[in-house]
Design a protein around this ligand. Structure first.
Ligand code: SAH
Ligand code: DHB
Ligand code: MG
Length: 222
């Protein structure tokens, strides 16, 4: 089966490029034990996020959708020395698990987990008038994505990187008639991103044990 071949190749990538990592593995174990859904990015995608953060020379990263903090740890590891990450999470229980995972990974001083719906916490961040973020990773509720892009543009600067997870959804996102609210949300997001003159963007399709999906990658140009 094709899906099995893709999953097997995940193992190959991980064996070569993602060495055993007690902190990340424990983050997944603790998330699972706490009953959180197994919807973190795959290890090779986490590594990609880390590489993108480095490439962006990120000193300030914003993540929307923390879950157990698995992607948060990968992103934070890609920060420049002295960098900081803010991650937004609506579910207090997820945030609690994430804080413990982040602390175990030695990143408690680097990462701030803010609890609340992103539609509330994003305007708060704008109101605080902070320095712009160098990278934004969007991975919360998909119907909110278009809105999150609008906020991300207010919180970044030319040269900043914006990445959004789950914008392919087994290909459902390309179907104008899809009834799946997540696919519809991703579809609205992709259309807004494509029409946005302040960014240049594309989508990377991904396969593997987590199924067929993909990430949008955009750089702010003005
Ligand atoms: N980035 C994580 C996975 C995030 S899953 C990783 O790859 O490891 C999506 C998360 O977004 C869930 O924890 C969910 O509770 C959170 N979420 C859903 N709606 C939200 C909202 N409106 N505001 C903030 N977080 C939200
Ligand atoms: C779902 C959410 C995610 O962020 C993801 O990476 C995979 C699945 C979901 O809500 O089903
Ligand atoms: Mg995701």
């Amino acid at each position: 089966m094709t899906a099995d071949r893709y999953a097997a190749f995940d193992d190959y990538i991980h064996a070569l490029f993602v060495p055993p990592d007690p902190e990340l593995e424990e983050a997944l174990r603790a998330s699972d034990a706490a009953g959180l859904p197994a919807i973190s990015v795959a290890p090779h995608e986490g590594k990609l996020l880390s590489i993108l953060a480095r490439l962006a020379g990120a000193r300030r990263i914003l993540e929307i959708g923390t879950l157990g903090g698995y992607s948060t740890i990968w992103l934070a590891r890609g920060l420049a020395p002295g960098g900081r990450l803010v991650t937004l999470e609506a579910e207090p229980r997820h945030a609690e698990v994430a804080r413990a995972n982040i602390a175990r990974a030695g990143l408690a001083e680097v990462v701030e987990v803010r609890v609340g719906r992103a539609t509330d916490t994003l305007p708060q961040l704008v109101a605080e008038g902070l320095e712009p973020f160098d990278m934004v990773f969007i991975d919360a509720d998909k119907p909110g994505y278009a809105d999150y892009l609008t906020w991300a543009l207010r919180l970044t600067r030319p040269g900043s990187l914006i990445v959004a997870d789950n914008v392919v959804r087994d290909g459902a996102v390309a179907d104008p008639g899809t009834r799946d609210e997540s696919a519809r949300g991703a579809r609205r997001f992709n259309e807004l991103l494509a029409a946005e003159p302040r960014v240049t963007a594309t989508i990377i399709q991904t396969v593997g044990a987590k199924g067929y999906d993909g990430m949008a990658v955009a750089v702010v140009i003005s």
